[in-house]
Design a protein around this ligand. Sequence first.
Ligand SMILES: CC(C)(COP(=O)(O)OP(=O)(O)OC[C@H]1O[C@@H](n2cnc3c(N)ncnc32)[C@H](O)[C@@H]1OP(=O)(O)O)[C@@H](O)C(=O)NCCC(=O)NCCS
Length: 334
Amino acid sequence: MTKIKAAITGVGGYVPDYVLTNKELETMVETTDEWITTRTGIKERRILKGENKGVSVLGIEALKDLIRKTKIDPAEIDVIIFATVTADMTFPATANIVATAVGATNAFSFDMSAACSGFLYALSTGASFIESGRHKKVVVIGGDKMSAILDYTDRKTCIIFGDGAGCVLLEPTTENVGVIDSILKSDGTGETYLHMKAGGSRKPASHQTVDSREHFVYQEGAAVFKFAVTNMAEVSAELAEKNGLKASDIAWLVPHQANKRIIDATASRVGISDDKVMMNIERYGNTTAGTIPLLLWDYEKQLKKNDNLILAAFGGGFTWGAVYVKWAYNSNSH
Ligand SMILES: CC(C)(COP(=O)(O)OP(=O)(O)OC[C@H]1O[C@@H](n2cnc3c(N)ncnc32)[C@H](O)[C@@H]1OP(=O)(O)O)[C@@H](O)C(=O)NCCC(=O)NCCS
């Protein structure tokens, strides 16, 4: 029997209009455009403004973009997976809200929590639904409204993140394209360095947790940096080697956009030159689960059928991993 693979057959994306520049951050915390640019590569990030607007707004707009481009009927979607750490509410799942908003009336939908590796975890999970032969159209969304959980008095953390979401459509193919292989990992000892202290079941919200600013991202930047440099680079190289890919076989490295210095280290470990590394960190910062689908969205027009892509990420947990995707279409066919 021919093996079914999960092909990415469309990409959607959305970033909110408001641009928070390094210059504006200079008026909020003790920092400079020069410090942020040289330490991270970020110049600006997008922020979702307005009352009662959660990450679902970003996911809905991204999925509407995908539906418009691929011309699918939303009622045909079988599954929606939303990778995020900034769900609208603890429950119901944001994916449920998105599914109903776009008219995906026949889909089952759920959220996935793996921080900045969330999109890769969800992509691999979504691909398994397709490979099982039981589902024909799976939507994988990655997105976060990081501005909702950032302490804009903490200059070490607030400068890095932004808001945005992207998504892909997975469909079955018997061609040798799509999600080919993945290596995904996690290590719970990483909790110490990157977490949110309160608001979960271990430490529910109280006056005390609010007064002590415990509902924001807590990050020990240097420790996270060290972990990320080593692990994102290693897992990318391991996946390439496992699949017999030399640097010259790889059309694009698609790295999580956390820090340009981490991206450069990963590219250099895999032996890939800068012109083959997707990058938009300067415009969006780190949108957590949104970075990788937003890169695919930005670069879609440059992608050709059979291009080999290595998607790589690391994040809170710690979680990290890489996914090998063979691109399934020429963008001018959409
Ligand atoms: C956060 C990060 C940019 C900080 O850069 P760094 O080079 O490690 O800087 P450090 O935290 O060691 O701080 C160096 C100095 O800059 C200062 N500093 C920190 N943030 C600053 C800012 N926004 N503006 C100006 N100075 C700042 C620090 O206070 C420190 O000063 P000191 O030496 O007088 O104490 C970097 O650690 C990083 O990118 N880490 C990974 C984070 C990440 O990827 N998170 C997402 C996970 S998916």
